[in-house]
Design a protein around this ligand. Structure first.
Ligand code: ADP
Ligand code: ZN
Length: 290
């Protein structure tokens, strides 16, 4: 079965054709300009490829509620050209196939649940630490929505004593994203994050925030496993520091052997690597058919 997949990001659009087993047959990408420029390029890519559905993992916030009048819209995004844009309708009108639609991080969580590190988890969480911070949650193999969708990048966490970086979230200033996304590392230290690889203070501060956030997700969602991805997590030295701090901050309150004895396989990198999002979009497309 041929399915189309789109990982719609703030800087680039990753397009693929694949199958229901997560195999990618063809892929390409386009820069994210305005809908007027970018949508015709995307539609031309999918057109006449025989896809029976299209799955979209999209930057957000979005409206994934099929009962809402504004289902399929990208909503309060800071990317103004895409604000209140009905991306689902645009694809549906052009391709005339079922469209699966979710956030990019819910898509990545779904991809890891279907074919990666979250396989078998009743509750699985995918966290990306990149240009922003996003959190996707899958429960029983389905992305969590509720009122809208989780926005776990914007939770409020305690500052590390002595860290006086004001934060850079355009909405909340010093929420988790405002203190810990890639641009926050660069704002705090005045250098590109990858240039700071050998400065241990940078990663101690970063791990302090990531670990607190993970404790909050453990308390709230009770996940079976947590995937940590995104550009910043290419700094692999972060993993052991984050794991140690999670254990420290939980103070033994969550008495689970998966955390106490086996945290190396509880907080893990994406098994699908940089393909988690696009494979999750394939799964979204497949789920739109069934
Ligand atoms: P996006 O979030 O835009 O999809 P990424 O997940 O690649 O893209 O995140 C980009 C952010 O991650 C940038 O702020 C960049 O500084 C940071 N980043 C990318 N690669 C690295 C790296 N090797 N080490 C540390 N930070 C990185
Ligand atoms: Zn915020």
């Amino acid at each position: 079965m041929i399915i189309g997949a789109l990982e719609a990001g703030g800087t680039k659009m990753v397009c693929a054709i694949g199958d229901e087993n997560g195999n990618i047959i063809e892929r390409t990408q386009f820069p994210t300009e305005t809908p007027a420029i970018t949508m015709p390029q995307l539609i031309a890519f999918y057109k006449d490829k025989g896809a029976l559905a299209l799955g979209i993992g999209c930057f957000g916030p979005i409206n994934p509620d099929k009962n809402s009048k504004t289902y399929g819209y990208i909503t309060s995004t800071p990317k103004l050209a895409w604000r209140n844009y009905n991306i689902v309708k645009a694809f549906h009108d052009a391709l005339k196939v079922p469209i699966g639609f979710d956030t990019d991080v819910n898509g990545a969580a779904l991809g890891e649940t279907a074919w990666g590190a979250l396989s078998g988890c009743e509750v699985g969480i995918y966290i990306t630490i990149g240009t922003g911070v996003g959190v996707g949650v899958c429960i029983n193999g389905k992305p969590l929505h509720g009122l809208m969708h989780p926005e776990g990048g914007h939770i409020f966490i305690k500052r590390l004593e002595g860290d006086d970086y004001k934060g850079n979230c355009p909405y909340h200033l010093d929420c988790f994203e405002g203190l810990a996304a890639g641009p926050a590392i660069e704002g705090r230290f005045g250098k590109k994050a990858y240039e700071l690889q050998n400065v241990s203070e940078v990663w101690d501060i970063e791990a302090h925030y990531i670990a607190q956030a993970i404790c909050n997700y453990i308390f709230c969602y009770s996940p079976g496993r947590i995937v940590l991805g995104g550009g910043v997590m290419h700094q692999e030295q972060l993993f052991p520091i984050v794991r140690a701090k999670v254990k420290e901050y939980l103070k033994g309150y969550i008495n689970a052997k998966e955390i106490l004895d086996n945290i190396d396989s509880y907080i893990v990198p994406p098994k699908l690597g940089d393909n988690a999002g696009i494979k999750g979009a394939l799964k979204l497309g497949f789920m739109a058919i069934n």
